[in-house]
Ligand binder design. Structure first.
Ligand code: CDP
Ligand code: CDP
Length: 229
């Protein structure tokens, strides 16, 4: 079978990557890979074993038997670790608080990048949307379509705090900003690399953002002209 059309989407937290990618994949009949979920799953596994996540060696040791599974069907999205469904648990603040420390370990990145490439190559759909921080630059620099999804800091904070209850908007904003700052030291997802198309969703609602990405996929497939507006 032909290899799938790969759509790479990067961007900061709260830009809409996960939700927009999943909805776009659903509408196009593509697979969907949430790479951040893998970093979160490893962070979860470390916490479950009381590993000191500030110790790179301790984190690296967890890769040996990291038993992780992720669904790439956008209609059946799940993440499991050791057979346990952790789809919701990996979003908990305690995981979010340590995920950047886990993700900055080079051995962790090399391990997961290789895994993501295997998952992409194994996709049986006509396309796969892969989202994260380093997809356009490291995981799939040869992707047919590469997008940097941005939004103003204010819009991103607003979207995130609308999702999280029980924490003040101010706390959410601070945590998001410090995680973006930590992650930016490892990969640059604030500036579009050469050939990467920026989609600024600040003034787009969710459906408009999905429509913008769908249009770009149509162009990449050679099925539409480049939108001029
Ligand atoms: O959805 P949200 O923006 O909260 O984060 P995520 O996409 O679930 O990613 C969680 C964390 O994983 C990020 O804060 C990064 O530390 C890391 N990550 C990464 O290093 N590289 C990726 N390609 C994706 C995520
Ligand atoms: O994955 P990432 O952290 O980039 O963002 P997300 O978790 O997919 O999106 C954060 C929230 O923003 C979700 O509740 C989306 O529905 C919302 N969103 C929005 O309100 N307007 C957009 N144009 C895009 C996303």
């Amino acid at each position: 079978t032909a290899s799938p059309l790969v759509v790479a989407i990067d961007g900061p937290a709260g830009s809409g990557k996960s939700s927009v990618s999943r909805a776009t994949a659903t509408s196009l009949g593509f697979d969907y890979l949430d790479t951040g979920a893998a970093y979160r799953a490893l962070a979860f596994a470390c916490l479950a074993r009381s590993i000191d996540t500030s110790s790179p060696d301790a984190v690296i040791a967890q890769l040996v038997d990291f038993d992780y599974e992720i669904g790439i069907d956008p209609a059946d999205y799940f993440v499991s670790v050791g057979g346990e469904d952790v789809t919701d648990a990996i979003r908990e603040p305690r995981v979010t608080a340590v995920v950047s420390a886990v993700a900055r370990v080079p051995e962790v990145r090399a391990y997961l990048v290789a895994l993501f490439r295997q998952i992409i190559a194994a996709s049986a759909k006509s396309g796969i949307i892969v989202e994260g921080r380093d997809i356009t630059t490291v995981v799939a620099p040869d992707a047919k379509l590469r997008i940097l999804l941005t939004a103003s800091e204010e819009a991103r904070m607003g979207r995130r705090s609308a999702e999280i209850s029980g924490e003040s908007a101010e706390t959410t904003a601070k945590q998001l900003a410090s995680r973006d700052a930590a992650d930016s030291r490892v990969v640059d997802f604030m500036n579009a690399a050469d050939g990467v198309i920026t989609v600024d969703s600040t003034d787009l609602d969710f459906d408009q953002t999905v429509a913008a990405v769908v249009d770009l996929v149509r162009v990449a497939e050679g099925r539409a002209e480049i939108p001029t507006n």
